[in-house]
Design a protein. Structure first.
Length: 245
């Protein structure tokens, strides 16, 4: 296990979508652990490590904004594509004007969080269901290939993360729930000089923790009971009994 790092992230808008909302996008009140993990992985991600979020601090009051926007309500038909390939010609276009849908979204605005996390090195007892953050491509490569990667040591990955985070470098742009809501980030090294989180305390109910690949064929969401205590959400470990499917 590496040392615990702290990142401050901020943005104009955020949407950590509740999965129970089938049509309209409605955000959780606070950033989810999976969204926080994605921020760290945008800076450093390697098959040999996994990030574990320990707590999320809310730095600004929770504010909402309702936005109505146009979305496309269909995808290109594979059947039409196959017919066009067989015939040598055909209409493969998707006309936005015919498929446009107006949907409302309830988003967060003017947000800022402090994210605390550490990474763990995988060991030879690696078991796929315990590592939900791996893509299917990496899983299909097999355990031996992943564990045999050279120079998998904590010092190297710690140095890599500290160097990139301190310079504001990342592999891809971190975002707040949805990719259109890009965020700024900075590495915090001295907590003594940082402002305190908001003083709000409330029960957030069941919150999405992450996705589980336990059956190797389908994604299964896992949840935990989140509680905001003086602006801080404490996140249990993936193996904790608090995390349920």
């Amino acid at each position: 296990m590496s040392k615990t790092y702290c990142l401050e992230v901020s943005g104009d808008f955020a949407c950590f979508t509740r999965p129970e909302m089938k049509v309209e996008r409605v955000s959780y009140d606070v950033m989810t652990p999976s969204a926080a993990r994605a921020v760290f992985e945008a800076i450093v991600w390697k098959p040999a490590i996994r990030w574990q979020i320990t707590k999320i601090e809310v730095l600004k009051p929770i504010k909402w904004i309702s936005v109505r926007r146009n979305e496309v309500g269909a995808v290109a038909s594979t059947r039409h594509a196959q017919a066009a390939m067989s015939a040598g010609s055909g209409d493969l276009g998707l006309y936005v004007e015919d498929e446009r849908q107006q949907r409302a979204g309830l988003f967060l605005r003017d947000v800022a969080y402090r994210l605390h996390a550490y990474f763990e090195l995988r060991d030879p007892s690696f078991h796929k269901p315990h590592f939900p953050h791996l893509s299917k491509v990496l899983i299909n490569r097999g355990e031996d290939d992943l564990l045999a990667l050279p120079d998998n040591n904590a010092v190297k990955f710690m140095s890599m993360f500290e160097r990139r985070a301190s310079r504001g470098q990342c592999v891809n742009q971190p975002y707040l729930g949805c990719r259109e809501f890009a965020c700024a980030f900075r590495l915090i090294e001295d907590m003594a000089t940082e402002p305190q989180p908001i003083g709000e305390t409330k029960n957030l109910g069941w919150m999405l923790y992450d996705l589980d690949y336990s059956d190797h064929t389908d994604l299964k969401p896992r949840f935990f009971k989140a509680h905001l205590e003086n602006g801080v959400v404490t996140v249990p470990t993936w193996e904790s009994m608090e995390v349920r499917g």
